[in-house]
Design a protein around this ligand. Sequence first.
Ligand code: PXL
Length: 269
Amino acid sequence: MSDIKLALTIAGSDASGGAGIEADLKTFEEYGVYGMAAITVIVTMNPENWTHNVTLIDSDVIRAQIATATAGRKLSVLKTGMLANVEMIQIAADTIDNNGIQNVVIDPVMVCKGENAVLNPENADALKNILVPKSTVTTPNLFEAGVLSGLGKITDLGGIKEAAKRIHATGAKNVVVKGGKALAGNAAIDVFFDGTNIDVLETEKITHSFNHGAGCTFAAAVAGGLANGLSPRDSVYNAKEFVSSAIAHGFEFNRFVGPVFHGAIHALV
Ligand code: PXL
């Protein structure tokens, strides 16, 4: 296939397979896109209590992975996930500039589900000032949107819309704030803002909690759509369908975690 599209994710490895580069590469595959990965951290979980351990990859090794992945055909899309320090954030920003990448999905990962501490507080500023402004689409969850917008804790749809506008004003071309199932009511709500129109995307809440990796999978699906030539808006709507199906087919991995099933839309399950 001579017109095959290439996607690079700069993100962490989640050894449990639900989030991070594992989610990204599986999702790219579902979108018919050739995936590559530059690993920033390796996240492992203690089998006894599932506390997370994050091992940072040396910056030179991250740069070397990116140099390898950008040594061939032009990338159709770049996606970022977990970046554990300011240097990693700067490396991702440089990759966009040095390679003239047009489609950029920034998932401004600040915390893992179930873990409360922000990876590193100064990362939030660097994401806000250096990386999010370069995004074609950025995909903060409610917590991340509160930090990036300066609004703090967001509790209602009005707050989500305001956050989307403020994040757009920092330079991001399109913003999706993932309310998900965090708001009261029966709907899982996300808000999309392209600088002109605000769209409220609503689906019914899925009641089970086997949704580990949903955020990464959503952002990777947006990247897959962009790589295939969809508009940002269509990519987001398509990704919402894709991730809803993945969540609907989420499963219990063990007593601590249940990941989404990235292959749900095409698999016979
Ligand atoms: O869901 C956030 C996230 C992103 N990237 C990696 C992770 C996690 C959460 O576990 O492990 C690598």
